[in-house]
Every structure is written in structure tokens, then in C-alpha cells.
Design a protein around this ligand. Structure first.
Ligand SMILES: [Zn+2]
Length: 329
């Protein structure tokens, strides 16, 4: 990068199943402009790239800038991304992305250098570079929402794996005889400790006729039972809700304990919608993680909640696009 480009902001884009977000991000992680729009309901990759283009241009326009003013473009996307050739191999919630050479398509569209990576990996990078506000070399980031994702910083580098799929923590097996996971396997961490697992566990117990106020809160519609509703019921003293949260926290803790054993991080950062349940979920999860982690006796580990919220992939994409930090891309 030239001196001018080093000082120039970067354009970042986060492609999700329902929304596409774009931001213009300054050198120190300042979000200078934002735009958001719906993801197109289409399996055509060109329609998707058109939508990305439109939302990116909105963000640029609100900052009064053009693409040529951007040092580079960083893109975050759910799924498995081969970061060597910039191909999105598979993205579970974006039908248009299937063996799509997205980097090449966006370079052609934007005429700027483009880098892309998995959203949870970039969320880890964002929290590490801009959220943590202190220097650590070993960090495990886990996001628990409908599913479970994560990213690993090991020895001051982002763990990318052989084909960009490193850090897919949600699909480690926790219970070989466990419930089915959307990935097609059984007993994955995501099938036991995610928001979806929490909701399914609740519905199953309600359908067995266990007493609870959750059914009333959902207006009798089991499709409306989600982590937020269960959390509200638990705050009102509902014992089924409390038990379900406690069991979900246990499984979150078991998975965290495994990650602590493997990566020996100094910091574990927990993000994602489920953390909004608060201490009722986080305290037992942390206790179980520490109990089950063999290495905790040798090392202090800080377990904290994420600071950047939904913007962490956009900020991670900014760090990735700049390429001036110590990751391994
Ligand atoms: Zn799985």
C-alpha cells in the first residue's frame, strides 16, 4: 500500500442470509458511514452482487466518497470460504453462493483489491483488533446465536486452516449420541448449546405437558418460542425456563472447556444474541468451562462478552482488507 492508501478508509461488506451491511471504516476502526439492505431472495449470484454493489454505493454516498477513495474492500460472509482463491464454497443461508468466485466478481465490479473471509473468523479478528483494547496473542472468540460460530487467534495470527474453514467450532462433537445438527451430523456443539437448541428443548418439554408460562407468552404458538421469550419467562421465575437455560449454559461451558484445552487462550470472547440472556446463562457457562478445562490450573483466563456487537465482522473485514496486522493471510 502507498502512504495515501494507508491513510485512506476501507469499504467493508457483511453478507448475511437476510441482510447485507456495508460500512466505510477509518484507519483506527472508526465507522464513518453505514448502509443496510435486504439480501435478495434469489439463487442468482449476479443478482446478489448487484445488491452488494447498490448497498456499498449507498454507504459510500453517505460518506461523500467514491470507490477509488477506498484503500481496499473487505468482505465477510457466512459459510466455508476458500480464502486462497476467494471462492465461497458453501454458504448455508445464502442460496446464491455455491462455489462462487466472489472475490473475482467483486474485484471486477469494484476495481479495488478485495479480500474475503468467514464472518465468525472476521468477528474474531474485529474483536481482537478493535474491541479488546489490549494486546493479546491468543484469543478464542465464540458467537452463540441461532447457531454457534467462532474464530481463533493463536500466537498472534488468525487460524485459517488448510482451506479457510478453521475455527468452525460449532460443529465439534459434544455428544456422539446427541440430537441432529443442521449440518447433517449428530451431537455437534451447535445442536446442544445454541439458541435453536434452547428453543427446541423448550418446545419439546412444553409439548410433553410440563407447566410453564412460556406457552402463554408465545400466545400458544410454538413457532414463537425463542431464546428471548425463554429468558423473559426465566426472569419471571418460570422453573422450566430456568432449567432449559441452565442446561444450555452447561453445554456452552463444555464446548468452551474443550476450546480452552486445545488453544490455551488468555482471553475468551463470547458474542452473539444468546449472550443477551446475561448472567443467568453466562455465569454457569463460565463455571462449567473453567471446571472442565484442564489447563485453567496453569494459566489465568479471562472470559468476557464481545464489545462490538453486530459490527464485529465489518470491523474484522476492515482489518483483513488493510492487511497490516499479524494474521496469516
Ligand atoms: Zn453440526
Amino acid at each position: 500500500m502507498t502512504k495515501y492508501e494507508e491513510e485512506a478508509p476501507v469499504l467493508t461488506i457483511d453478507i448475511g442470509g437476510t441482510k447485507i451491511a456495508a460500512a466505510v471504516i477509518g484507519r483506527g476502526g472508526e465507522v464513518l458511514a453505514r448502509a443496510r439492505g435486504d439480501s435478495p431472495d434469489s439463487s442468482d449470484e449476479v443478482v446478489l452482487v448487484d445488491a452488494i454493489d447498490r448497498i456499498a454505493l449507498q454507504a459510500l454516498a453517505s460518506f461523500g466518497a467514491q470507490l477509488r477513495d477506498m484503500a481496499a474492500v473487505g468482505v465477510s460472509c457466512a459459510g466455508i470460504i476458500n480464502n486462497r482463491d476467494g471462492v465461497v464454497v458453501h454458504s448455508p443461508n445464502v442460496a446464491a453462493l455455491r462455489r462462487t468466485p466472489l472475490r473475482e466478481m467483486l474485484v471486477e465490479r469494484f476495481g479495488r483489491p478485495v479480500k474475503l473471509a468467514n464472518d465468525a473468523t472476521l468477528a474474531a479478528l474485529g474483536e481482537w483488533q478493535f474491541g479488546l483494547r489490549k494486546a493479546v496473542q491468543d484469543l478464542v472468540y465464540v458467537t452463540v446465536s441461532t447457531g454457534i460460530g467462532g474464530g481463533i487467534i493463536a500466537g498472534g495470527r488468525v487460524l485459517e486452516g488448510a482451506c479457510g474453514a478453521g475455527g468452525e467450532v460449532g460443529h465439534m462433537t459434544i455428544d456422539v449420541n446427541g440430537p441432529p445438527c443442521p449440518c447433517g451430523r449428530n451431537g455437534c456443539w451447535e445442536a446442544l448449546g445454541s439458541g435453536r437448541a434452547l428453543a427446541e428443548r423448550t418446545v419439546s418439554r412444553l409439548e410433553d405437558g410440563e407447566p410453564s408460562i412460556i406457552g402463554d407468552l408465545a400466545g400458544g404458538d410454538m413457532d414463537k418460542v425463542d431464546a428471548q421469550l425463554v429468558s423473559i419467562a426465566a426472569q419471571q421465575g418460570d422453573s422450566l425456563a430456568k432449567e432449559v437455560i441452565d442446561l444450555t449454559a452447561f453445554y456452552i461451558g463444555v464446548g468452551l472447556g474443550n476450546l480452552i484445552n486445545i488453544f490455551n487462550p488468555s482471553v475468551v470472547v463470547l458474542g452473539g444474541g444468546l449472550t443477551k440472556i446475561g448472567p443467568m446463562l453466562l455465569e454457569p457457562a463460565e463455571r462449567v468451562a473453567r471446571e472442565r478445562a484442564y489447563v485453567t490450573s496453569a494459566c489465568d483466563i479471562e472470559i468476557m462478552t464481545a464489545r462490538l456487537g453486530d459490527e464485529s465482522p465489518l470491523l474484522g473485514a476492515a482489518a483483513l482488507a488493510r492487511g497490516d496486522i499479524l494474521y496469516s493471510w
